[in-house]
Write a protein that binds this ligand. Structure first.
Ligand code: SAM
Length: 251
């Protein structure tokens, strides 16, 4: 196997779809964020980069003529092909070179990257490549698993420490499986400044899955949590409150 091949999501013992069982709140919070950020926009070509089995690809179809679903996992792409077998406007591309996007310069009007940055400890090269493929005035919508969320900050402050600007390695569901896929949480402000360094400008930031908490999830209905989520994503982004920060940047 080539050294840079990513195989965690190809592992026969790992079922990424099952991760989403019992996580409707998190899934629909992400859908809310996407719809908020893409509201009234329409694209010719959108890319779901590291899109896995296409959990969010059909949302992208509501905002674009064509979606290119790109992933390094053959297994995930095969699940997606089956799931979307009646959809004509989705194309599937397998990544075989790490941090390199299989697309021509200036050819993608929107690139979505959700739950991928936590597998990329040093995303600088990848961000430069995202900038390369995005068309002039095009967008990238990037989700960051945050090391600066409210609970994490409380933990750091209780030890009289500041939140690190650099990524933190986190425990991995890959433990026990046969590969070495990295799992890290990033500081969203560091990610924003890296994106700016590539030439992007910040359009919008949202704080997502703000009420991801076992107590809240068992004591409140999904619709109640999502109503609270919808009205707080914007405001709570100002203090990077949630575990997941969605960042919309423009070229
Ligand atoms: C947690 S899943 C997220 C899938 C999808 N974006 C979603 O939100 O459901 C992470 C996906 O990223 C892919 N991946 C892992 N490392 C990657 C990398 N360096 N570049 C692109 N994709 C990567 C994996 O194969 C996997 O399908």
């Amino acid at each position: 196997m080539p050294k840079d091949k990513i195989n965690f999501y190809d592992d026969t013992k790992h079922f990424y779809e099952d991760f989403w069982i019992g996580r409707d709140y998190e899934h629909f919070s992400e859908v809310l964020a996407l719809r908020n950020m893409l509201n009234k926009k329409h694209f010719k070509v959108a890319m779901d980069f590291g899109g896995g089995y296409g959990r969010l690809s059909d949302i992208l179809l509501d905002y674009s003529d064509k979606v290119i679903l790109v992933d390094p996992s053959t297994k995930q792409l095969n699940i997606a092909k089956d799931k979307f077998k009646n959809q004509k406007n989705i194309e599937y591309v397998l990544i075989n070179k790490k941090n390199y996007i299989p697309a021509k310069d200036n050819s993608i009007d929107l690139l979505l990257m959700v739950r991928v940055s936590h597998h990329v400890p040093d995303p600088t090269k990848l961000f430069k490549d995202i900038y390369r493929v995005i068309s002039p005035n095009g967008y990238a919508l990037i989700e960051v698993a945050s090391n600066a969320h409210f609970i994490s900050r409380l933990k750091q402050y209780s030890k009289f420490k500041a939140v690190p600007k650099t990524p933190i390695k986190v425990g991995s569901v890959a433990n026990g499986l046969r590969d070495e896929t990295p799992f890290v949480n990033h500081n969203p402000e560091t990610i924003i400044s890296e994106l700016k360094d590539c030439g992007f400008s910040l359009e919008k930031k949202l704080s997502v899955s703000n009420f991801r908490n076992r107590f809240l999830k068992t004591h409140f209905r999904l619709d109640q949590l999502l109503r609270a989520e919808k009205i707080t994503q914007n405001q709570l982004a100002k203090i990077n409150f949630g575990p997941s920060i969605f960042i919309l940047v423009k070229k």
